[in-house]
Design a protein around this ligand. Structure first.
Ligand SMILES: Nc1ncnc2c1ncn2[C@@H]1O[C@H](COP(=O)(O)OP(=O)(O)OP(=O)(O)O)[C@@H](O)[C@H]1O
Length: 227
């Protein structure tokens, strides 16, 4: 089943009197059960594409459906609910809350929802075990290595059970061995469930090489061979 269906996406930014076209008619269909990387030159529109797929930004024109939801039809509150419950985000600098322990960081999205409050800790601990950090649940980010922090962030991205994980340069701040381990984990996460998609923006050719599919963005469009 298609998790992402993007058609003719255009995203323009106004810069004073100039208009920058970050996306210029990008079309793409992505199925679940895959680990997909997005590559291309600097300024090609990769991050803009990822932000639109994650409902962090809206296109100027074009259509975008993610996990069956038409993102262009969402209001601000619906978009933030979509981001919280239906998408997992993984960032280069991990974005963990320094004052919270590993399990509290992972549980945060569930702790914010009164309906799931009591289930939050057992689920967070289970996910930390899944990413190999069962012995680190009470550690704070400063007491963890970079690779361990990224594993916590991956566990957090999974807690609401999203169909899609979006990773922006997830290995950009890790050494090559630690980065390779994180990529292996992301591939496992994509293949764990039949229709989960992990979509990763990367500049690292080794990272792209372990993916099931590589999508190239150039001048705001998806390379035709990749669409
Ligand atoms: N908020 C913004 N305001 C104005 N212009 C923007 C904004 N965001 C992106 N752009 C412009 O849109 C184009 C695409 O940017 P984007 O960040 O999507 O590229 P990228 O492929 O992710 O680049 P990089 O690999 O360097 O991160 C660039 O020319 C950029 O300067």
């Amino acid at each position: 089943m298609a998790v992402v269906e993007a058609s003719n996406l255009v995203r323009e930014y106004r810069m004073g009197t100039e208009t920058v076209r970050a996306l210029d008619g990008a079309s793409l269909t992505l199925d679940g059960g895959q680990f997909v990387s997005v590559v291309g030159p600097s300024g090609a529109g990769k991050s803009t594409l990822l932000h639109i797929i994650g409902a962090l930004d809206t296109p100027t024109s074009g259509t975008i459906r993610v996990d069956g939801t038409d993102l262009t039809a969402l209001g601000d509150d619906e978009a933030s609910e979509f981001r919280r419950n239906r998408v997992g985000f993984i960032f280069q600098f991990f974005n963990l809350v320094p004052t919270l322990t590993a399990w509290e960081n992972v549980a945060l999205p569930m702790l914010l929802d009164s309906r799931s409050f009591t289930k939050a800790k057992p689920r967070a601990v289970e996910l930390l075990e899944r990413v190999g950090l069962g012995a680190r649940v009470d550690h704070r980010p400063a007491e963890l290595s970079g690779g361990q922090m990224q594993r916590v962030a991956i566990a957090r991205s999974l807690i609401m059970g999203p169909k899609i994980l979006l990773a922006d340069e997830p290995t950009g701040n890790l050494d090559s061995k630690t980065g390779a381990d994180v990529l292996e984990l992301l591939a496992e996460v994509a293949h764990d469930e039949p229709d989960r998609l992990v979509l990763m923006v990367t500049h690292d050719n080794n990272a792209a090489a372990v993916c099931d599919r590589i999508v190239t963005v150039r001048d705001g469009r998806i390379d035709e061979r990749d669409a």
